[in-house]
Write a protein that binds this ligand. Structure first.
Ligand SMILES: Cc1cc2nc3c(=O)[nH]c(=O)nc-3n(C[C@H](O)[C@H](O)[C@H](O)COP(=O)(O)O)c2cc1C
Length: 186
């Protein structure tokens, strides 16, 4: 009887564990994140920035080449030049691609690093938005923004604290339906 009860308890615990693994902090961060536009001026801390950068560095890349550089911009004037409606306390991380011998950057790998940064910020309860449009102007003034030699800006990511009153469901841009995007080979 005792053994049967123990087995039942183990089975119950195992099914509870399986159930609790149906979502995780990662899937929750992905599901609930939006690309915020409105921020408070509470600054991003050095500790948060450190975690976010380490998550960017952790991104996978083709042949583990890690063909990216991250430039952190924190001064208001420079940030405003890059994103005109920037809020003081935000930070901008510019992801630049290392220029290969053929003159190209691996934007796919840089995109993975950018996404890691975006998700890490959301995982920490911050807001973030990826911007592609400032890259051209940044590349025209690479020295001013201290973009490392031999690399070219691909995207800028804005990170900041957000008003907790903004809910992710109503703030989210709509996505295509699963059926429009996914097909299962028969
Ligand atoms: C590569 C890339 C470039 C983007 N460039 C811009 C941009 O220049 N300006 C902007 O306001 N948003 C930009 N975005 C943000 C997208 O518009 C946003 O991710 C999309 O609308 C989904 O919004 P949501 O995450 O709030 O649902 C960019 C996103 C990506 C991935």
């Amino acid at each position: 009887m005792k053994i049967k009860l123990s087995l039942l308890l183990i089975a119950l615990l195992m099914s509870a564990k399986m159930y609790s693994q149906s979502t995780s902090s990662v899937t929750d961060a992905i599901s609930s994140s939006i690309s915020e536009r409105k921020y408070t001026n509470v600054p991003v801390t050095d500790q948060q920035l450190d975690i976010i950068l380490k998550c960017g560095i952790k991104a996978p890349s083709s042949m583990n080449a890690q063909p990216w550089k991250f430039t952190v911009i924190r001064d208001d004037a420079a940030m405003k030049e890059i994103i005109s409606d920037i809020t003081p306390g935000n930070i901008i991380i510019i992801v630049s691609g290392v220029v290969s011998q053929t003159g190209t950057t691996n934007d796919f790998d840089c995109g993975l690093a950018a996404e890691n940064i975006f998700l890490a910020a959301h995982g920490l309860g911050l807001g973030a938005r990826i911007y592609g449009s400032p890259a051209r102007n940044i590349n025209l003034k690479k020295e001013a923004y201290q973009i490392p030699e031999g690399s070219k800006a691909v995207v800028a990511i804005r990170i900041g604290n957000v008003d907790k009153g903004v809910d992710a469901t109503s703030g989210a841009s709509p996505r295509k339906k699963v059926e429009e995007v996914v097909n299962y080979k028969k």
